[in-house]
Design a protein around this ligand. Structure first.
Ligand SMILES: C[S@@+](CC[C@H](N)C(=O)[O-])C[C@H]1O[C@@H](n2cnc3c(N)ncnc32)[C@H](O)[C@@H]1O
Length: 151
C-alpha cells in the first residue's frame, strides 16, 4: 500500500531538513515517493529498493520516461543491500521491519544521519521531529537524527 498524499507531503517537508546527502527509500513500491523526491532534488542521488516485480517494473518505466538520471531503482531485498554510504533512509514499512532497521543501525557502521518513517516508530531512538497528519488516524510521520550518542 503506498503512502497517502498527505504523508508524501510530510515526508518531503522532513527531507528538506536533511541536507544534501543521498536518500534511500526502503521498499520504494510503485515509485510515488522516489519519483517526487528525485524531481525535487535533481542534485541529490535517490535510490529505491523494491522486491515486488510489478511495482519495481512500473517505477523503472516511469524513471526512464521522466529521464530521472539521479534515481536508481534496484529490485532487491533492502536487508541485503549495502546502506553504509547512505545519508537518509526513508520508509513506510511495519513494526518488525523497523526493529530490524533499528538493530542494523545500532550494530553496523554507517553514514546514515537521518531516518524518516511514515507511521511506524524506530525503536531505540527518540524522534527529532514528528508531524501528525490531518487524517482519520492522526498518523505520525517521524524524523530521526541518527547519532550513536543518542542510543
Ligand atoms: C507500504 S509500501 C511503501 C511504498 C512506498 N515507500 C511509499 O511510501 O509509498 C512497502 C513496500 O516495501 C516493499 N518491501 C517490503 N519489504 C521489503 C524488503 N525486504 N526489500 C525490498 N522491498 C521490500 C513492499 O514490497 C512494498 O512495496
Amino acid at each position: 500500500m503506498p503512502s497517502s498524499n498527505k504523508a508524501y507531503l510530510a515526508m518531503m517537508q522532513l527531507v528538506d531538513e536533511t541536507g544534501t546527502g543521498n536518500i534511500v527509500d526502503l521498499g520504494s513500491g510503485w515509485g510515488n515517493f522516489v519519483i517526487r523526491i528525485a524531481k525535487k532534488y535533481p542534485q541529490r542521488q535517490i535510490v529505491g529498493y523494491e522486491l515486488s516485480f510489478l511495482p519495481w517494473l512500473m517505477s523503472t518505466f516511469l524513471k526512464k520516461v521522466l529521464g530521472l538520471k539521479n534515481l536508481t531503482l534496484h529490485r532487491q531485498n533492502f536487508y541485503q543491500a549495502d546502506l553504509s554510504k547512505t545519508s537518509v533512509l526513508v520508509c513506510y514499512l511495519f513494526p518488525e521491519a523497523m526493529n530490524k532497521i533499528s538493530n542494523k543501525l545500532l550494530e553496523e557502521q554507517s553514514d546514515v544521519r537521518f531516518v524518516i518513517s511514515n507511521n511506524f516508530a524506530l525503536p531505540a531512538w527518540q524522534p527529532f521531529k514528528k508531524i501528525q497528519l490531518n487524517d482519520f488516524y492522526k498518523s505520525p510521520v517521524y524524523l530521526y537524527q541518527i547519532s550513536k550518542v543518542d542510543t
